[in-house]
Design a protein around this ligand. Structure first.
Ligand code: UDP
Length: 263
């Protein structure tokens, strides 16, 4: 599909990570570093790859919506974004090695100094945010190139134009930041039309890179309290966040053998 000159990247031998079933989602049991290397390997293959990073809220949405679960399971890399999913994996006695949040993965990719530079297209966020993120990223990660950017508020009929713009800029990696599961749906629907090697669903990461959104402080991230930070910052999310206790409850019910969600 792509006729772009392939960036010559060193092949890193990364064994395909094992998948762990968390309530029907087949999460790759990997680390940030290994996920980064898997994505590097994807860049040497002439096809689009989808990378999704579901958190416990999305796992619960997928439990209720088998179509969403199926779509997520089609990803080339499905990563556990959130302390909740990692805790769940431990309760289910199939422990995931590490939380692989989208933002940590993005930072790990952009810290690389490949020659030629890896190029990124930033898609999503309110008008002005992707541009601001591009400026911040270029000064924080001198080893990257920003091929293009675009805000994430559009009508469905604008999608072909958006895809055409992305393809004309020929990025190696596309960050799609439309919130979940909208970004996963967008990537899946446009996968065959996109001329890049990997598209990663990254939620509100552009807001963070642009300095308009905030990450939880390190001590809260370490303590698995990102959800509390989010609830304090965005209290309107409380209804959606009820999926976190629901996730733990469902996990305990599976652990106690009261229900089986493994498929
Ligand atoms: N967003 C967007 N287009 C939309 C809806 C949302 O670009 O139609 C952006 C929004 O501006 C924000 C991000 O998507 O930057 C969603 O961030 P959030 O942290 O809520 O992501 P989630 O937790 O849903 O993955």
């Amino acid at each position: 599909m792509s006729n772009k000159t392939t960036t010559q990247l060193p092949l890193i031998s990364t064994p395909s990570p094992v998948r762990v079933s968390i309530h029907g989602l087949k999460i790759h049991n990997t680390t940030v570093k290994e996920a980064r290397d898997s994505i590097l390997n994807m860049l040497s293959e002439p096809r689009m790859h989808a990378v999704f990073t579901p958190n416990a809220e999305i796992v619960m949405q997928a439990v209720r919506n088998p179509e969403l679960a199926n779509m997520l399971n089609q990803a080339d890399l499905l990563l556990a974004d959130g302390a909740g999913v990692v805790l769940g994996s431990k309760l289910l006695k199939t422990p995931l090695r590490e939380k692989v949040s989208g933002i940590d993965l993005a930072k790990a990719l952009m810290s690389l100094n490949q020659n030629p530079k890896l190029s990124f297209y930033l898609f999503g966020g309110s008008p002005g945010v992707a541009e601001k993120a591009a400026v911040h990223l270029l000064s924080n990660y001198p080893g990257i190139r920003i091929a293009g950017y675009r805000h994430g508020y559009f009508q469905p009929e604008e999608t072909p134009g958006i895809v055409a713009d992305i393809n004309s800029k020929k990025p190696d990696i596309l960050y799609v930041c439309l919130g979940a599961p909208k970004q996963e749906q967008w990537i899946t629907e446009n996968s065959s039309a996109l001329n890049c090697r990997a598209a990663i669903g990254l939620g509100g990461s552009l807001d963070v890179f642009a300095g308009v959104g905030k990450l939880a402080p390190e001590w809260m991230r370490k303590a698995g309290l990102e959800w509390l930070f989010r609830l304090i910052r965005e209290p309107h999310r409380w209804r959606r966040m009820l999926d976190l206790p629901r996730f733990i409850l469902l996990t305990l019910r599976v652990r106690l053998g009261l229900i089986n969600t493994k498929k």
